[in-house]
Design a protein around this ligand. Sequence first.
Ligand SMILES: [Zn+2]
Length: 272
Amino acid sequence: MVSVRWTGAAGLEFTHEGKTWLIDPYISRVGKVSIFFGRPQPARKTVSHYLDALPGKLQAVVVGHTHLDHALDVPEILRRFPVPLVGSGSLETLMALHGMPGKVAVCKERTRVDLPGGASVTMIPSLHGLVLFGRAPYAGEIEPGQKPPLKASHYRHGRVFNIRLEIGGKSFLHVGTANLIDDELEGQTCDVLFLCMPGWKTIQDYPGRILSRVKPKIVIPFHFDDFSAPLSKDYRAPSVPWRSEKRFLNRIAEETPDARIVYPTLFQPMAF
Ligand SMILES: [Zn+2]
């Protein structure tokens, strides 16, 4: 059994037999004022509190792209747990800016790579969603030579990947931003698909094009929380009123009528 928790934004935590792997961990949830006008920094106490309570021993961290809501906490987490880190050249730059060069395994794209603890990862080239006036926000690579803390706008997205993780005989596909490269997903079938909801309408039939290729048994929409709002004590996050949410769910049901749609609650374990 693999236990998965959605930890906010595109963050997922996978646990199997006492071992834990993280994708895009973003625990700090820095506020809007800091995002738009400041130089956001990890909420060290919150991150530390989260790491102290991890359900298993941390094995590896994988990052799909280097926007703030996917990568801000990564240097902080790696400082505490120097586990293997998989991601892009832009992530390597971010780590170097934080005094930890040479930490990132920049994976060969489309190649399955073993992770510690018996998992494996495949980094599948993708594109960023068009969420800001029909454009991908903060495109390009994080630039070297800057002094942290960085402004939110300096967290350029770098190379964008969908992440296929295999753990305990189950395959999971993480689509952390609403876009795809059709050919790259051919044959990448999975048991469980985590599908970014925000921005889905700006890409022509984004859900249908992904679902018809990866043929999941379970679909989990995510990344729909207001990740600039703090979590309450019961780990609830303010939801964003996505007016087209129903249409998104209907499109999933129409394309994959046999798949089960699971609507996730932050930090609630889901068993697969
Ligand atoms: Zn992004």
